[in-house]
Design a binder for this molecule. Structure first.
Ligand SMILES: Nc1ncnc2c1ncn2[C@@H]1O[C@H](COP(=O)(O)OP(=O)(O)OP(=O)(O)O)[C@@H](O)[C@H]1O
Ligand SMILES: [Mg+2]
Length: 242
């Protein structure tokens, strides 16, 4: 099961209520259920703000976010989130970290355990279930974070530069793993990155965010189109100047 994501005139401002700095201004975007979209843009353009608004961590100043047609008002188990920094509890094993994320679902202990092991197997980390984060490599820790995000069987998966801290080889492996996961689960994926090559390698659609306040400056639905890399590179440059 997966759900669509819709930004409906999403406006977000930070700072004081009287003088907020507008980061996103009436941004419109619809991601169909089951689609895999990369959100690309220069640093500070509001990519994480979009993701956090969908996750329910940031409240819109105006407009709204809809997931499966329902307005987002708070974080929820229907949305799995993975950040660049894995933020695992060091005192819990890989399995313990995933089980912890299932606590809010009110599942019995045995069911939490079963689902945690299933999610770890899904990210090819069944062997590491009883290891602590310090005993795992960066790529393995990020797989635990991914397992934690999917264990609650969400409708959408939100990833914010999840592989930014990994070396090139591990990063390529994680990208493959994510694609396989997407094919198997059919989740709606929103993947934030500032890396053009990563966006083109992963997604079936690349949305470029830019300007201040941020807005959608381009929407590419054919990542294999010739010359797209150069085109996006120019679009990102314009985002910087705006
Ligand atoms: N909690 C906050 N309070 C105040 N300003 C914020 C807050 N979060 C983000 N901002 C500002 O909003 C703008 C957009 O931030 P955001 O984190 O969404 O950008 P980003 O595109 O994810 O950047 P990066 O690629 O560096 O992660 C930036 O100018 C940032 O300083
Ligand atoms: Mg960010």
């Amino acid at each position: 099961m997966s759900q669509s994501i819709r930004l409906d005139a999403l406006t977000v401002g930070y700072g004081s209520r009287r003088r907020p700095t507008t980061v996103l201004d009436a941004t419109e975007l619809t991601l169909p259920a089951g689609s895999f979209t990369a959100l690309l843009g220069p640093s500070g353009c509001g990519k994480s703000t979009v993701l956090n608004a969908v996750a329910g961590f940031v409240r819109p100043t105006a407009g709204r976010v809809l997931v499966g047609g329902e307005p987002v008002t708070a974080p929820g188990a229907d949305r799995g989130v993975v950040f660049q920094h894995y933020a695992l509890f060091p005192w819990l094993t890989a399995r313990g970290n995933v089980e912890f994320a299932l606590k809010r679902l009110g599942l019995p202990r045995a069911e939490r355990r079963r689902r945690a092991l299933e999610a770890l197997a899904e990210v090819e980390l069944a062997d590491g279930a009883e290891k602590y984060p310090a005993q795992l490599s960066g790529g393995m820790q990020q797989r635990v974070a991914l397992a934690r995000a999917i264990a609650a069987e969400p409708q959408v998966l939100l990833l914010d530069e999840p592989f930014g801290a990994l070396d090139a080889l591990t990063r390529a492996r994680m990208q493959e793993l994510l694609i396989r996961l997407w094919h198997r689960t059919g989740l709606t994926v929103l993947f934030v990155t500032h890396d053009i090559d990563e966006a083109l390698a992963l997604a079936e659609r690349v949305v470029v965010l830019g300007g201040r306040p941020g807005r959608v400056v381009a929407d590419h639905t054919d990542p294999s189109a010739p010359g797209l890399r150069e085109l996006i590179s120019r679009q990102l440059g314009h985002g910087h100047e705006a």
